[in-house]
Ligand binder design. Structure first.
Ligand code: HEM
Length: 278
């Protein structure tokens, strides 16, 4: 993309005082923690299950709905306009397509999100109304993350869930971005072009740390939800049997001991019924 190339030079001139450098620095430790949440570690190890992924998608849907609504509403705000790239970055429609693929046409009725997701969305809506400049921090955290580690995670998810290329994985695809690296450079230079007072800049940096924190809490909450649901049978399939076949095994969902007890119970019930009928 021509615009991406044009920004290469600008990016090379970045300094430590640039917002893009400062934001990366202040969120470095949070990034490490986000990467090391149980859910993200499962992802990186290629152990993501369909149940996990579907649940994550539900939360991403709510988060991007709140984020993109706030971005659209503030698209002319001086702190938002330079980093407003709906054609290249917007995720909501892609997530909707993925949810329909996994849950079927009535996917909207099946959205389940933990409390942490609600809190994150509440914050996004609040700053959309009260502090639109903080949207810089949230857009940076999600979109640059999706264009960075997210690209690797997409390929891993495809393999671990045995999906055909692109099936149910629109979330990871950015057809409007030909080179994620060049686009990230453009994005950083746009961030640096935003004029902020010192106070506003500090507010944005704090908000970026908070944005990572929200994500970490969502992952932790999802992990907890999954630990509970993993002890129950798998979600019924919306589409087909082959869809169920692609579901990865949930380790330890039915223990051999449990199977033996059920087997004994069935055998005993059969014998008892036999005696009764006689
Ligand atoms: C398995 C989990 C993750 C992996 C493997 C991962 C990996 C990476 C990698 C390799 C980069 C590129 C670093 C660079 O270009 O210098 C990156 C950047 C980034 N990641 Fe992640 N990431 C993960 C999770 C997350 C999460 C959960 C978020 C936030 C919600 C996030 C947000 C970001 C952001 C904002 C950047 C851009 C940093 C910058 O250049 O300023 N990442 N990530």
């Amino acid at each position: 993309m021509a615009t991406e190339k044009m920004t290469q030079m600008t990016t090379e001139q970045m300094t430590d005082r640039d917002l893009s450098e400062q934001i990366k620095k202040v969120t470095k430790e949070s990034h490490v923690r986000a990467e090391n949440t149980k859910l993200m570690v499962s992802f990186q190890r290629g152990q993501v299950t369909l149940s996990q992924y579907k649940l994550l998608l539900c939360s991403l849907y709510e988060i991007y709905q709140a984020l993109e609504e706030a971005m659209d509403r503030n698209s002319n705000h001086p702190a938002v306009a330079p980093i407003y790239f709906p054609a290249e970055l917007a995720r909501l429609k892609s997530i909707e397509a993925d949810l329909e693929y996994f849950y079927g046409q009535d996917w909207r009725l099946k959205i389940v999100v933990p409390a942490a997701t609600e809190r994150y969305c509440h914050r996004l809506r609040q700053i959309g109304k009260e502090n639109p400049e903080f949207l810089l921090a949230h857009a940076y955290t999600r979109y640059l993350g999706d264009l960075s580690g997210g690209q690797v995670l997409g390929r891993i998810a495809q393999k671990s869930m045995g999906l055909k290329s692109g099936e149910g994985l629109n979330f990871f695809a950015f057809p409007g971005v030909s080179s994620p690296n060049l686009f990230k450079q453009l994005y950083r230079s746009r961030m640096n072009s935003v004029e902020l007072t010192e106070e506003e800049k500090n507010g944005v940096l704090e908000e970026a740390v908070r944005a990572f924190e929200f994500n970490i809490q969502v992952f932790d909450d999802l992990q907890r939800m999954l630990s509970v649901s993993e002890n129950r049978p798998q979600d019924p399939s919306p589409n087909s049997k082959s869809y169920q076949d692609r579901t990865l095994q949930i380790p330890g969902s039915i223990s051999p001991l449990f199977r033996m007890v059920v087997g004994l119970f069935v055998a005993l019930a059969t014998v008892t019924m036999g005696i009764y009928v006689l």
